[in-house]
Ligand binder design. Structure first.
Ligand SMILES: *[C@@H]1O[C@H](CO)[C@@H](O)[C@H](O)[C@H]1NC(C)=O
Ligand SMILES: *[C@@H]1O[C@H](CO)[C@@H](O)[C@H](O)[C@H]1NC(C)=O
Ligand SMILES: *[C@@H]1O[C@H](CO)[C@@H](O)[C@H](O)[C@H]1NC(C)=O
Ligand SMILES: *[C@@H]1O[C@H](CO)[C@@H](O)[C@H](O)[C@H]1NC(C)=O
Ligand SMILES: *[C@@H]1O[C@H](CO)[C@@H](O)[C@H](O)[C@H]1NC(C)=O
Ligand SMILES: *[C@@H]1O[C@H](CO)[C@@H](O)[C@H](O)[C@H]1NC(C)=O
Ligand SMILES: *[C@@H]1O[C@H](CO)[C@@H](O)[C@H](O)[C@H]1NC(C)=O
Ligand SMILES: *[C@@H]1O[C@H](CO)[C@@H](O)[C@H](O)[C@H]1NC(C)=O
Length: 371
């Protein structure tokens, strides 16, 4: 009897300790919810011993700097993985390969500088959501990212968040390995242009967010590219649109495709100052100053410019003239002295003659001489 009690107590202890061991330190595990959370615990790497039942794994707000295939061994049931707000700079090849059920991967708010070509390779092709918001170290990382998307086998990806990455340009065809993409978030970057091929292969796109970028206009090429996304609702607001002649095509296109631009009322001029905040949609051609009155103003401006130019040239000539005078000052002084002397000689000559002519004695002499 006593032996049995001992055995039960022993078993209870062992079971309790094995249960405790089933949750890594720094984490909270809930078998019922199939969820493990290791949040803001200064972890430097992905903890080992995460239970196999885990479906939702949150390892957020830690100090993890590198992840690789060994980080997630045996976690075949994880469907949602968040690693946001860490310091991840490197994602090795096939890091997520063991996560056979992975649907949603959140790497937002990291500093990815080294993304290996097969970093996002997932065998199942089941990954639906990839959040890379504010996760690239700098805009050069987008080249690595484009390669990783190509080698990732991400044909099943539905939603991609690339907002807040200071992206300046997107490699052409970058999204073509993602033919199933429905939602592409590129807001809060520094994009300036869309080219032929920027969104190639995104026939299924339903939402494209380009707000809070650096677009000053969308040129003909860009508008054609956007037209090739027949089903997508576009968000284009909060860009520094310059309401001058170059924006005519875009304004007209906007007017004709109101339904597709979800935030048309936010598509407004940032400059010139007199048009700031004016909705681009309601802006007529005259307001843009490309024809009619606008052209007159242009001509006036050209005339003013030419007057200014003339003034500058004349001023310059004057300065050069003065400078030449200054350089030649000795010669000029000599010339002035010479001419003064010459004048004096001549004048003295006259004076002499006059004196001779007016002296009566001399007159007599001359008269007598004449005789
Ligand atoms: C994953 O879940 C299935 C079904 O719930 C289970 O049979 C399997 O043991 C789990 N895998 C691991 C590694 O625990
Ligand atoms: C898991 O990800 C899916 C999207 O793939 C999402 O709808 C769901 O809410 C996520 N679950 C948890 C617990 O975060
Ligand atoms: C991606 O992560 C950021 C930051 O964690 C979050 O604000 C954003 O809503 C996420 N994007 C999607 C599409 O869920
Ligand atoms: C981005 O970071 C990498 C790695 O630190 C560096 O080599 C590169 O020059 C940076 N690029 C830019 C545009 O700052
Ligand atoms: C845009 O991104 C920057 C840095 O990535 C962030 O500080 C800022 O809050 C973001 N702004 C918006 C409107 O999302
Ligand atoms: C865009 O590129 C495709 C192939 O890359 C080409 O066939 C097409 O003519 C180009 N369109 C324009 C307007 O340049
Ligand atoms: C422009 O409009 C926004 C809201 O639509 C407002 O907050 C802002 O003050 C306006 N700016 C100017 C210069 O009128
Ligand atoms: C917008 O379109 C309407 C007809 O659809 C047209 O009457 C109007 O002049 C257009 N406005 C501009 C600024 O192009």
């Amino acid at each position: 009897m006593i032996a049995l009690v001992h055995r039960v107590i022993f078993c209870a202890l062992v079971c309790a300790s094995s249960l405790r061991a089933a949750c890594p330190s720094g984490c909270e595990c809930s078998e019922a919810a199939q969820t493990v959370k290791c949040v803001s615990k200064d972890l430097r790497e992905v903890p080992s011993g995460i239970p196999g039942y885990t479906r939702n794994l949150f390892i957020m707000g830690n100090q993890i700097s590198r992840i690789g295939p060994e980080s997630f061994k045996g976690l075949e049931n994880v469907t949602n993985l968040s690693l946001s707000n860490n310091r991840i700079t490197e994602v090795e090849s096939q890091t997520f390969f063991a996560l056979r059920s992975l649907r949603s991967l959140d790497l937002s708010s990291n500093q990815l500088a080294l993304i290996h070509p097969e970093a996002f390779a997932v065998p199942s092709g089941l990954l639906h959501d990839l959040n890379l918001s504010r996760s690239l170290y700098n805009h050069s990382s987008v080249v690595d990212l484009a390669t990783a998307l190509r080698w990732g086998g991400l044909r099943g990806l539905l939603r991609l968040d690339l907002s807040g990455n200071r992206l300046v340009l997107l490699p052409l065809g970058m999204f073509s390995p993602l033919p199933g993409l429905q939602r592409l978030l590129l807001g809060n970057n520094s994009l300036v242009a869309v080219h032929n091929g920027t969104f190639a292969g995104l026939e299924r796109l339903e939402e494209l967010d380009l707000t809070h970028n650096s677009f000053k206009t969308f040129q003909e090429e860009a508008l054609q590219e956007l037209e090739r996304l027949p089903r997508a609702q576009l968000l284009l607001g909060d860009n520094p649109y310059v309401c001058a002649c170059g924006i005519e095509d875009f304004a007209a296109w906007l007017n004709g495709s109101r339904a597709r631009v979800g935030d048309a009322e936010r598509v407004a001029c940032a400059s010139p100052p007199e048009l700031r905040n004016a909705s681009l949609r309601g802006l007529g051609e005259r307001a843009l100053g490309c024809h009619g009155d606008g052209a007159g103003e242009g001509a006036d401006l050209a005339l003013q410019t030419s007057y200014v130019f003339l003034g500058v040239v004349l001023g310059f000539v004057g300065v050069v003239f003065l400078f030449v005078l200054y350089l030649n000052r000795k010669g000029i002084k000599k010339w002035v002295t010479d001419s003064r002397d010459a004048c004096r000689d001549v004048l003295e000559g006259y004076h002499y003659r006059y004196e001779i002519d007016s002296d009566p004695r001399l007159a007599q002499v001359s008269t007598s001489g004449d005789l």
